[in-house]
Design a protein around this ligand. Structure first.
Ligand SMILES: [Zn+2]
Length: 429
């Protein structure tokens, strides 16, 4: 199995084809903007709306708009206009970007009960407008991630994402800023009544980090993080199969590259109850070792954690510092507290199981840092950093299948303990 694909996976334009699409896009844009010249030099660094990807189920959709380079944008809503047969809409206006001709005026139907379709067109000579036609009332959130620059819209049909503050003006984006998108009261509606609790298995989404072209951290003798975390993920899945009240899925089950925003989208779309991103740490100081587990926060407690988050996010530290996350309300209250509880449970368990046998493993504890892969997750979500691959001794441990089994044992034990504590609908207390 290459990777999990289920329910709607709508690819408006495959991201991997973006480079190939740049040339015709530029030519098309030049003709559109400057019809009397025919050919206009457009810098290869110009932002180009070159891809839109959507991940959906009937209560959740994540739309990613890829522009490569940073763009100025703002998001807003428009009420339904029944006379013109227009549904409620979310739109994102992007200034100063070109648009790939394959995307222009070619709406893509989604029809998942939440969204009708996504379409993009030129609103005026400076502005491209991406419009999401909604099927029904929903809340949404818009934010941007750098390198490559992409604008992410999370649409939530269950209203679980808290509504932004009242009286907020239409949001404008400073560079790479995450914003709360305002809603017009016109598209607000009574939230659907909550479904009655149905007893079902606890769904766990494991996310082995990196993969494909991204090896992650590499040890002194060449061991790759992407291979270790995939092995641990498979071991956890295998062990969890003995527990009938749990169901384990993985964002990847092979050596394949998956963008960070897609990993979160896979967990949300699958309605996972727990999201565990698996990683191995690394440090320029070869002496550093130990296990730690993270939850999302806007900032990091120290320089090492900031550097770690930058590395895991695939961006330079300076770039990460420029990202102003305004997403904390997604993580406040129960969800953040649950993530902290889950992280502590997992970290303590890994520390205990990994310390058996060959001697004690350092417990670096529970930490917080701005990991992109945790942004927008709808469930308790954590990122595990088990050992430092940069430390020769720990790299040797990570080559040892028996030791990886111990790490997996710790994760399984913690997930079972946490999952059976009654935090999920339909679970016995
Ligand atoms: Zn990693």
């Amino acid at each position: 199995m290459e990777r999990e694909v289920e329910e709607g996976d709508v690819l408006i334009r495959p991201y991997r084809y973006i480079l190939a699409a740049l040339l015709p896009a530029v030519a098309f844009a030049a003709l559109t903007l400057f019809p009397s010249f025919g050919v206009t030099a457009v810098s290869s660094r110009s932002p180009v709306l070159s891809g839109i990807h959507a991940w959906t189920n009937e209560i959740y959709t994540r739309v990613a708009i890829y522009t490569g380079e940073e763009v100025e944008w703002h998001a807003n809503t428009a009420s339904a206009v029944p006379a013109q047969n227009l549904p409620p809409r979310i739109f994102v206006d992007i200034r100063g970007a070109e648009i790939d001709g394959d995307i222009l005026h070619k709406p893509v139907g989604i029809n998942n009960g939440l969204l009708q379709r996504v379409r993009a067109g030129r609103n005026n000579k400076d502005t491209i407008r991406v419009v999401i036609d909604l099927e029904r009332d929903s809340t949404f959130r818009v934010f941007a991630l750098p390198d490559p620059y992409r604008i992410i819209i999370d649409v939530d049909g269950e209203g679980e994402i808290p509504l932004p503050r009242e009286n907020t003006a239409a949001t404008q984006n400073p560079p790479a800023v995450s914003v709360d998108a305002p809603r017009e009261p016109a598209i607000l509606a009574e939230p659907p009544s909550p479904a009655p609790p149905v007893s079902r298995r606890v769904r766990v989404m494991l996310d082995p980090g990196h993969g494909g072209k991204d090896p992650g951290a590499v040890g002194p003798t060449g061991l790759k993080e992407k291979d270790v975390v995939l092995a641990i993920g498979r071991m956890v899945r295998e062990r969890m199969a003995r527990h009938n009240d749990f169901e384990v899925r993985m964002t990847r089950d092979s050596d394949v590259f998956i963008p960070l925003e897609e990993r979160t989208a896979i967990a949300n779309r699958s309605r996972a109850d727990i999201f565990v991103s698996l990683h191995i740490n690394a440090s320029p100081s070869r002496a550093v070792k130990g296990v730690s587990t993270y939850v999302f926060s806007r900032g990091a407690g120290n320089q090492e954690d900031l550097e770690l988050a930058a590395r895991e996010n695939g961006v330079p530290v300076a770039r990460l510092q420029g990202v102003k996350f305004i997403v904390d309300d997604m993580f406040t209250g129960a969800r953040k507290n649950e993530s902290l509880r889950l992280a502590k449970t997992v970290n303590d368990a890994i520390h205990r199981t990994a310390s058996s046998g060959r001697g004690s493993v350092a417990n670096l504890g529970l930490k917080q840092a701005p990991f992109f892969v945790l942004v927008g997750a709808r469930m308790p979500s954590i990122l595990v950093e088990s050992h430092f691959i940069s430390n020769a001794q720990e790299e040797a441990l990570l080559r040892d299948e028996k030791h990886l089994g111990k790490i997996a044992d710790g994760i399984v034990e913690a997930i079972c303990y946490y999952g059976r504590k009654g935090v999920f609908p339909g679970q016995e207390l």
